[in-house]
Design a protein around this ligand. Sequence first.
Ligand SMILES: Cc1cc2nc3c(=O)[nH]c(=O)nc-3n(C[C@H](O)[C@H](O)[C@H](O)COP(=O)(O)OP(=O)(O)OC[C@H]3O[C@@H](n4cnc5c(N)ncnc54)[C@H](O)[C@@H]3O)c2cc1C
Length: 261
Amino acid sequence: MNIKEYLRPDSLQQANELLSENGAVIIGGGAFMHLGDLEIEKAIDLQNLGLHYVEENNEFIEIGAMTTLRELEMNSIINKSFSGILSKAAASIMGVQVRNIATIGGSIYGKYGFSDLLTALLALNAQVELYNAGLMSLESYLESSMDKDIILKVRISKGVSKAYFECFKKVSADFSVLNTAAAIVKGKLRICVGARPARVRLAKGAMSFLNIIDSTNTAAEMAGILASEEIQFGSDIRASAEYRKELCRTLVKRCVLEVLQ
Ligand SMILES: Cc1cc2nc3c(=O)[nH]c(=O)nc-3n(C[C@H](O)[C@H](O)[C@H](O)COP(=O)(O)OP(=O)(O)OC[C@H]3O[C@@H](n4cnc5c(N)ncnc54)[C@H](O)[C@@H]3O)c2cc1C
């Protein structure tokens, strides 16, 4: 990565104005960007804008975009909320050195197919707030193709009664072969499958089926089968599509059992 001009704005308005200029990009932790052979005209560092925080009120937990994955792993509010799945998902990512610099904002903006964090966040029905586009569900954000914007924070409702995240990696410092998460949000079950290896998806068929069944074991078994049938899988150097499909059955069943028990 080669940066021609490095800028640290003191206000969001200034950051937004700079971002509208040709060749300007936001830098989060820079962990993923620096892997590429990028030529960056203007790098806008958000460090001075107070976006590094975890806050809790009666309804929500809010996480500033510059909060690192290590903070998600270690923060006491995040540890005790949402059955700890954000901390678990963050802790599964690479080593501490990477987690110390990679941010939640960069993880969301990248919309990476391999992401462990997106799978946990989507199961929790997280919302994302952007400077220009405002507040929207993570689900809508992932499906959108937006103009350049600044992610300000992630907001998660405290209406999550139970959640579980599971990922399967061949070695700990590798991308997941598959990851899954389930959560009960305001009484409704949500199931997500990521690292397919494409971007995370909600298993909507399995979710709607499960919302009308009450035997835990049958429900979990059926959820695994339905999710593995409705989700599309691909092959890459880590695993074949067929292998991922089988894995999906098992991991989804495990997640659903955990949240329904
Ligand atoms: C070697 C390596 C292995 C990894 N393995 C995994 C893994 O197994 N699982 C996993 O889930 N993740 C993994 N990650 C990804 C990591 O979790 C982060 O998602 C990634 O590093 C991006 O975060 P960042 O803060 O470094 O973003 P950056 O690299 O700084 O930026 C990434 C993109 O987001 C944009 N951006 C950053 N912040 C904002 C913002 N606030 N608003 C708007 N745009 C923004 C940047 O312009 C850029 O396009 C890995 C990363 C690395 C470096």
